[in-house]
Design a protein around this ligand. Structure first.
Ligand SMILES: C[S@@+](CC[C@H](N)C(=O)[O-])C[C@H]1O[C@@H](n2cnc3c(N)ncnc32)[C@H](O)[C@@H]1O
Length: 204
């Protein structure tokens, strides 16, 4: 079922608040790399990545997000970027192991249903040599940034909030990565400690 904030609302209201975060993630990608942006939403980060990467593929479960991102792409004439609608745990299953140098996964893990997270992380670690992931730091700080994020999680609706609470209960990205059997290395915390940046890789 589509959500009220998908598409133009997300691009106009949420993305401007994520510009700094997207800049931090984009810098973790080297010039000329091939990148998969998983859970790309309305495409804000994917467009930024396309300025330095050789090729970017944005995948999102929500058709309205992808349709909006694709309209933007056509309007701006960005040739090294394409968008795919679908679940990233299976949408690129025909791509070989290590097809991408890097995948990005930004603010998407916390909103996935519990059972979806493991298959997504394992598939991203198959498709890309590393996954640059940003999500809420758990425990969340009791400051303005932490309060703001809690507010948005409530405002996103009951289904979203349930997934967020489960993400918290499992210890955030570190706990979820452990359950999925992938390696999770801390990079840094940003946004007054409200977000954590990690690199995920396949084990062994
Ligand atoms: C909060 S938005 C973040 C969008 C974008 N990464 C950003 O930083 O602006 C999370 C997105 O993840 C997508 N998503 C959740 N589960 C997914 C899955 N299994 N496969 C692909 N996309 C997924 C949602 O549809 C949503 O658009």
């Amino acid at each position: 079922m589509s959500k009220y904030y998908e598409g133009a609302f997300y691009a106009r209201v949420m993305e401007p608040m994520q510009r700094k975060l997207h800049a931090v993630v984009a810098k973790r990608v080297a010039a000329g790399e091939r990148v998969l942006d998983a859970g790309c939403g309305a495409g804000g980060l994917a467009f930024l990545l396309a300025r330095r990467a050789s090729e970017v593929v944005g995948v999102d479960l929500a058709p309205r997000m992808v349709a909006y991102a694709e309209r933007r792409r056509q309007r701006d004439g960005v040739a090294n970027l394409r968008f795919v609608a679908g679940d990233v745990s299976e949408a690129l299953a025909d791509h070989p192991e290590g097809h991408f140098d890097a995948a990005t996964l930004v603010l998407a893990l916390h909103e996935m249903p519990t059972a979806a997270r493991g298959p997504v992380l394992r598939e991203l670690c198959r498709l890309a040599r590393r996954v640059e992931c940003v999500d809420f730091r758990i425990p969340m700080p009791r400051n303005l940034a932490g309060l703001r994020n809690r507010f948005f999680e409530v405002a996103a609706g009951p289904e979203h909030f349930r997934a967020f609470r489960d993400f918290k209960a499992r210890g955030g990205v570190f706990g979820v990565a452990e359950e999925a059997g992938v390696t999770c290395a801390h990079v840094r915390d940003i946004d007054s400690g409200a977000l954590t940046v990690v690199t995920l890789t396949a084990r062994g």
